[in-house]
Design a protein around this ligand. Structure first.
Ligand code: NAD
Ligand code: TDX
Length: 339
């Protein structure tokens, strides 16, 4: 069986490739990735020489390349992780988000239609539901919550979801969609909240907390997300959406405090900075559907998962040092300088 994983040189896609090859060594995994700033070939080093793995550098928007790949490899499963994924970048430059997240999905769906696949899975996000108020802890996102997007990033992801649903209805595409909460774990790009805080703390640099630090995110260890996608591919119903999240809500400032405590760094490193435009207040997933239909439950608790993640960043300094010493410095200056 051949499985095509797009965006597999990024954070969740690479963890998914490791997970899949470990669980299904008889399968062939092909990774299609453009290697944008967020893609890192060194991440895939552990599997690069495996006969079960093949890396293809390319853009999911490149119809000729994508069609050629489908024609030659005939993947049975396609899992689309490829995306521009950082909300802050979508605020300073939305176009590439629309191009990759929407048009890239369109190209993959067309290739599935032309060549036929067993399953197409769209990796979406809980951000398509917008946010929940802090004073209503009884509210959660269900699969029926209305789409209510706040950023160009979430709008581009919601648009892609609607396109996938239209292909199910009109063309009978064997597609599913998952909407997961915030992931954390090894190989997450340093621009994202947890690795950014960890790396700054290790470098004894200020930890920039947006606004009042009271925004709430529902954190899930990346391996739990990978297992949920596997279950959806195997047993999820075509045309369905599955929310993924583990009832693990944390205020940003409390995550920062925990990181500082674990790394034995002082709280004086916290620096409140001006808020993100349109900053979503609270995300919280109701995972009842995936639990009841597919038996999925998260297996990694937050404190254990965070410890594993911190250990990974401590043990893999060359991985993130290479990133933060390059063009990332310019990004950081532009995003945080004088904020
Ligand atoms: P990431 O930014 O770490 O990785 C994205 C990968 O996609 C990179 O390897 C990049 O090179 C590749 N890519 C970008 N544009 C491409 C293109 N046009 N063609 C081919 N490859 C391209 O992202 P991530 O955090 O691993 O997120 C993966 C997916 O999961 C995204 O679709 C994101 O929306 C979704 N998601 C992420 C989270 C999270 O917390 N990180 C939560 C829910 C859903
Ligand atoms: O420097 C920071 N300071 C800060 O306070 C950064 C980078 C973030 N934050 C806050 C903003 C959010 O409230 O931390 C929270 C998490 O921020 P991000 O890591 O940027 O994640 P978020 O905006 O919640 O979106 C994430 O979850 C859903 C992923 O990046 C998306 O790809 C995914 O779809």
């Amino acid at each position: 069986m051949t499985i095509l994983v797009t965006g597999g040189a990024g954070f969740i896609g690479s963890n998914f490739i490791f997970y899949w090859l470990d669980k299904h060594p008889e399968d062939k995994v092909i990774c299609l990735d453009k290697l944008t700033y967020a893609g890192n070939l060194s991440t895939l080093r552990p599997v690069m020489d495996s006969p079960s793995f093949k890396f293809v550098k390319g853009d999911i928007c490149d119809k000729k390349l994508v069609f050629e790949l489908f024609k030659n490899e005939r993947p049975e499963y396609v899992v689309n992780f490829a995306a521009e994924s950082h909300v802050d970048r979508s605020i300073t430059g939305p176009e590439v988000f629309l191009q990759t997240n929407y048009m890239g999905t369109a190209t993959l769906l067309e290739a599935c239609r032309e060549f036929g696949v067993g399953r197409y899975h769209q990796v979406s996000t809980d951000e398509v539901y917008g946010d929940l108020p802090l004073d209503r802890p009884d509210l959660f996102f269900t699969e029926d919550s209305p789409l209510h997007t706040s950023s160009p990033y979430s709008a581009s992801k919601a648009a892609a979801d609607l396109l996938v649903q239209s292909y199910v209805r009109t063309f009978g595409a064997p597609a599913t969609i998952s909407r997961c909460s915030n992931n954390y774990g090894p190989y997450q790009f340093p621009e994202k909240f947890i690795p950014l805080m960890v790396i700054n703390a290790l470098n004894d640099e200020p930890l920039p907390v947006y606004g009042d630090g009271l925004n709430v995110r529902d954190w899930l260890f990346v391996e739990d997300h990978c297992r949920a996608i596997e279950l959806i591919l195997r047993g999820g119903r075509v045309g369905e959406i599955y929310n993924i999240g583990g009832h693990n809500e944390w205020r940003n400032i409390d995550v920062v405090r925990l990181v500082l405590q674990e790394l034995n760094r002082p709280e004086s490193l916290v620096q409140y900075v001006s808020d993100r435009k349109g900053h979503d207040r609270r995300y919280a997933i109701d995972p009842e559907k995936i639990r009841d239909e597919l038996g999925w439950l998260p297996q990694t608790g937050f404190e254990g998962g965070l410890k594993r993640t911190l250990r990974w960043y401590l043990d893999n300094r060359p991985w993130w040092r290479d990133i933060v010493s390059g063009e990332y410095r310019e990004y950081y200056q532009k995003m945080y300088g004088g904020r």
